[in-house]
Design a protein around this ligand. Structure first.
Ligand SMILES: Nc1ncnc2c1ncn2[C@@H]1O[C@H](COP(=O)(O)OP(=O)(O)OP(=O)(O)O)[C@@H](O)[C@H]1O
Ligand SMILES: [Mg+2]
Length: 273
């Protein structure tokens, strides 16, 4: 295992919370006529190893929040800490997955997985075994040399998961990673993500529009209001792990989904007050 893997790992005991978002607001183009307040005074903490899903109306500020946690957008006010230190830019202890697979079309699946290592100017060969093991793990054995256009949408998102995990981040941020996939592939990917998360126990923040996906995957669901986004509900999901996809047919599961649906409908008005 490369030394960097060890350096990136912060022991769970070092700090009780993995992600802390403290009074965070974001105004795009502040002080101009085009100012947009995307996020307003958001507070939440995520303990190590917890899987948190974020639900909210379209355009409310979910991606903005995730990008700030990932160090890809600066906060306007407030503070974000990951593993006990303030975020000031992108970090290798955080892996990010977007809605589109954002793979480089001219590179093979393997080279796409290894691309962050190259960007970070780490010794690529040290990560070859890990990249191959991840591709095998997500069912892409034999596809390492294929280019993105030779893969299906689901396969491309599998490559993206591998790319987000290749340097063994502590935190995995996912912004609607499966929303472009058909329902069956999406269920498959949810099952795969649950397996991977259980195996690697990352801290995860997962933005989705799907209430069922949120309840299926997460330990906890945050519901955000219409823009500027604030949190109106922080719900613990009571299902034990490992979870089978069949919990989706249970009465309790459907009651929780019904409650969240109502909360999201109300949140459209709460943000406008
Ligand atoms: N780079 C940017 N510059 C200016 N405004 C932006 C920028 N990015 C996002 N916004 C604005 O901030 C608000 C929140 O956008 P964001 O993408 O965070 O919402 P979202 O909840 O992720 O939406 P969706 O569910 O549709 O993905 C929107 O009004 C959007 O127009
Ligand atoms: Mg978004």
């Amino acid at each position: 295992m490369p030394d960097s893997f060890v350096q990136n790992r912060v022991p769970a005991a070092a700090t009780t919370q993995c992600v802390e978002v403290i009074e965070v607001s974001k105004i795009y183009h502040g002080g101009t006529q085009n100012a947009v307040e995307a996020v307003s005074s958001v507070n939440f903490s995520v303990p190590h190893g917890q899987f948190v899903a974020i639900l909210g109306p379209s355009g409310c500020g979910k991606s903005t929040l995730l990008m700030m946690v990932g160090g890809l957008e600066a906060v306007t006010t407030g503070r974000i800490e990951v593993d006990g230190s303030p975020m000031a830019g992108p970090r290798t202890s955080i892996g990010i997955m977007f809605q589109d697979s954002t793979l480089l079309p001219w590179k093979s699946a393997l080279d796409n997985v290894l691309f962050p290592i190259k960007v970070l100017k780490r010794p690529v060969q040290e990560y070859h075994d890990n990249a191959h093991a991840l591709l095998d793990r997500v069912g892409l054995y034999g596809f390492a040399q294929k280019k993105p256009h030779e893969l299906s949408g689901g396969m491309r998102q599998r490559v993206s998961i591998c790319r987000a995990l290749v340097y063994e981040p502590n935190v995995l941020l996912m912004d609607e990673p499966f929303s472009a996939l058909d329902a069956i592939t999406r269920d498959e990917m949810n099952g795969l993500l649950l397996d991977l998360w259980q195996q690697y126990t990352k801290t995860a923040l997962f933005v989705t529009h799907s209430i069922r996906e949120a309840v299926m995957l997460a330990d906890r669901v945050l519901v955000m209001t219409q823009r500027p986004a604030t949190i109106v509900e922080d719900l613990t999901i009571p299902f034990a792990r490992p979870r089978e996809m069949s919990i989706g047919e249970s009465r309790e599961f459907n009651e929780i989904c019904g409650h969240l649906r109502e909360r999201i409908e109300h949140s459209h008005f709460e943000g406008r007050r």
